[in-house]
Design a binder for this molecule. Structure first.
Ligand SMILES: C[S@@+](CC[C@H](N)C(=O)[O-])C[C@H]1O[C@@H](n2cnc3c(N)ncnc32)[C@H](O)[C@@H]1O
Length: 281
């Protein structure tokens, strides 16, 4: 197979995780099926679909979102399906006043906030993603900018949201300090990200289709300790932490090559998203 990482390798990993969870959950009756499937996959590693490459071409954030912008809002993103209702419920509780959507992308949360009558400013590094946001929100104040040097004045906002973006940064401290800087005292920040378990252990990445091929944008797993340290240094107090798990249907929908039972046993309930609500003192 040479030095590649294939769908077969990935499915073997999922089978292994399902086997571990069968043991941990004392569902010993499931172990036999896992071992039989592992043997079958090992024998067929060189054949389609197991031989398909999973080491996708890697794009930087700028080039990646330039390519992904057009299809970013297409349905079927299970991370967004888990994240959105939780973030929206927390946005509903923001104190009155203007709100920042930092790394607003195509304006998913900015549009929700504007629809709720909030004055919204959006910032994003990607012109292509901002173009989509501008088409959706022609009246909003949408600016090109970096999370670590936000183009907004100190203590401007009563609330801020930064969704599914900090995972692209190797260090989250500078961006969290910036978000704190632009919040008014008592202002709240809602922060979502892919969960460090799926990024760090399962190796999940932001994957998008490009002319029929798939490609990925690198992401980093940030531990809870990194968030808590960055919040404390920025004068932000944790008010809530939510870690929704994949549903059985979402786990099964990720199945490859007919291994639905293994995907369900491995992934159901695994925390796929992390959502923080923090408050500036
Ligand atoms: C997965 S999208 C999320 C977009 C939107 N927040 C949402 O949840 O739908 C990540 C966004 O973060 C932006 N982004 C990544 N790194 C950034 C940085 N250092 N500064 C500003 N924006 C950044 C990307 O351009 C992209 O629009």
């Amino acid at each position: 197979m040479g030095e590649t990482f294939t769908e077969g390798h990935y499915v073997l990993g999922i089978e292994g995780l399902a086997l571990l969870r069968a043991g941990a959950g004392r569902r010993f009756d499931r172990a036999g099926q896992r071992v039989r499937e592992i043997e079958e996959i090992v024998r067929a590693l060189e054949e389609h679909p197991y031989s398909e490459r999973r080491d996708l071409p890697e794009y930087g954030v700028g080039a990646g979102y330039a390519e992904w912008a057009e299809s970013y809002d297409d349905p079927g993103n299970d991370t967004i399906a888990l994240e959105q209702p939780i973030v929206r419920a927390l946005l509903d509780e923001l104190p009155p006043g203007p709100v920042l959507d930092a790394a607003c992308g195509t304006g998913r949360h900015a549009a929700y906030l504007a629809g709720a009558g909030r004055e919204v400013t959006g910032v994003d590094a990607s012109e292509a993603m901002l173009d989509r946001a501008r088409a959706r929100l022609p009246e909003a104040d949408l600016r090109v900018g970096e999370l670590s040097t936000l183009p907004v004045a100190d203590e401007t906002f009563a609330g801020a949201v930064c969704a599914l973006a900090l995972s692209h940064l190797p260090e989250i401290g500078p961006a969290i300090a910036e978000l704190a800087r632009v919040l008014r005292p008592g202002g709240r920040l809602v922060l979502s990200n892919p969960h460090p378990f799926v990024t760090g252990v399962l190796g999940w990445r932001a994957v998008f289709a490009r002319g029929g091929e798939r490609a990925m944008i690198p992401e980093n797993a940030h531990r809870h300790s990194e968030y808590v340290t960055a919040f404390a240094s920025a004068g932000l107090r944790v008010r809530r932490l939510v870690e929704p798990g994949l549903t059985r249907a979402q786990a099964r929908a990720r199945a490859k090559a007919g291994h639905g039972d293994a995907f369900e046993d491995a992934l159901a309930g695994v925390p796929a998203v992390i959502v923080w609500k923090v408050e500036r003192g």
